[in-house]
Design a protein around this ligand. Structure first.
Ligand SMILES: C[S@@+](CC[C@H](N)C(=O)[O-])C[C@H]1O[C@@H](n2cnc3c(N)ncnc32)[C@H](O)[C@@H]1O
Length: 298
């Protein structure tokens, strides 16, 4: 199975979904064992994958197609696959804590990210959200206060979004609580926040968010969410706060029940659309006013 077969790739697509053909040097492979455990391995000519269940030479994977079955020196079996975005987020090297897949899905939907969307993201952390945004075709401008985290995010974006999508990503070192300058091409379409005090950025909406644009803030605590909501009064519509609970099921023959453990609380997501501070509240239907005066619909 040694040697590389020719492979074809869509020039702009993320590596994991567009690459055809065998694994090559530099590719990231996801090794899945019989117990569902998974490892991400970057392939090299003479590399080896070691666990207490034996050694697997990278040479045995190079040239093999996705789905190849491999056996370690001690007889353990693995399947070789290109990693999904979920695999990447959960297993890539991290500096800061990443946003979990269940929330990445909801954030990208709430923010309505599409090809060409111009997104401001802060903080960048390990780059998990950046990779999710890039894979949807966004152009991402990041602000990250820590140089080491920005470097980690840059490496993760290059390895896991692919070179073509990485060209749509830039991050600068800076403090997002300081006034953020409007870019020459005008305010961003979307703003996504994962920083301890997001309300210090949401108040900057008039400068950073175009009218009709969306802001999403990820906050582990409801008190943080409340502080974000306090800044989303006049000029905001369609404001909401929610959380995503992810419960898997045990399905084996007729034995079907919810799993005992679930990925429950990780964070609250607060989203809203900025329509500008020149708003005439009386001209709006009541259902849109939730974010304007914080009233609660019974
Ligand atoms: C939880 S991490 C973000 C993780 C990221 N969303 C991901 O998915 O990988 C929070 C990040 O915010 C950064 N940060 C904290 N305060 C900041 C500030 N004032 N300006 C910019 N970045 C900040 C931290 O250094 C950290 O990297």
């Amino acid at each position: 199975m040694c040697g590389s077969r020719p492979r074809s790739a869509l020039a702009t697509g993320p590596a994991s979904v567009s690459v055809r053909g065998g694994f090559a040097v530099g590719d990231v492979v996801m090794l899945l064992d019989g117990r569902g455990r998974r490892w991400l391995v970057t392939l090299s000519e003479d590399g080896e994958f070691h666990t207490h269940r034996g050694v697997l030479a990278h040479a045995a994977i190079l040239g093999a197609p996705e789905g190849a079955r491999l056996t370690s020196s001690l007889g353990s079996h693995y399947v070789a696959l290109r990693p999904s975005l979920e695999d990447v987020v959960l297993h890539m090297p991290r500096g800061a804590q990443v946003i979990y897949p269940k929330d990445l899905g909801a954030i990208t939907m709430l923010a309505d990210v599409a090809p060409g969307s111009r997104v401001l993201e802060t903080g960048v952390g390990s780059g998990a959200l950046s990779i999710a945004l890039l894979r949807l075709g966004a152009r991402v401008s990041g602000i990250e206060v820590r140089e080491d985290f920005a470097a980690r995010a840059r490496a993760n974006v290059r390895s896991h979004a692919g070179a073509a999508l990485a060209a749509n990503w830039e991050a600068r070192i800076g403090d997002a609580y300081e006034p953020i300058a409007t870019p020459p091409e005008g305010p961003w379409d979307r703003v996504v926040l994962d920083i301890p005090e997001p309300w210090r950025v949401s108040v900057q909406a008039p400068q950073i968010l175009r009218e009709g644009g969306t802001l999403v803030a990820y906050t582990p605590s409801i008190l943080q969410a409340m502080q974000v909501r306090d800044t989303m009064g006049r000029g905001w519509v369609d404001v909401r706060t929610l959380e995503v609970l992810h419960r898997t099921w045990h399905v084996e023959g007729r034995a079907v029940r919810p799993d005992h453990r679930m990925v429950a609380h990780t964070a609250f997501l607060t989203a809203g659309r900025w329509i500008g501070s020149g708003l005439d509240e009386d001209a709006l239907p009541g259902t849109l006013l939730g974010g304007l005066d914080d009233r609660v619909e019974e």
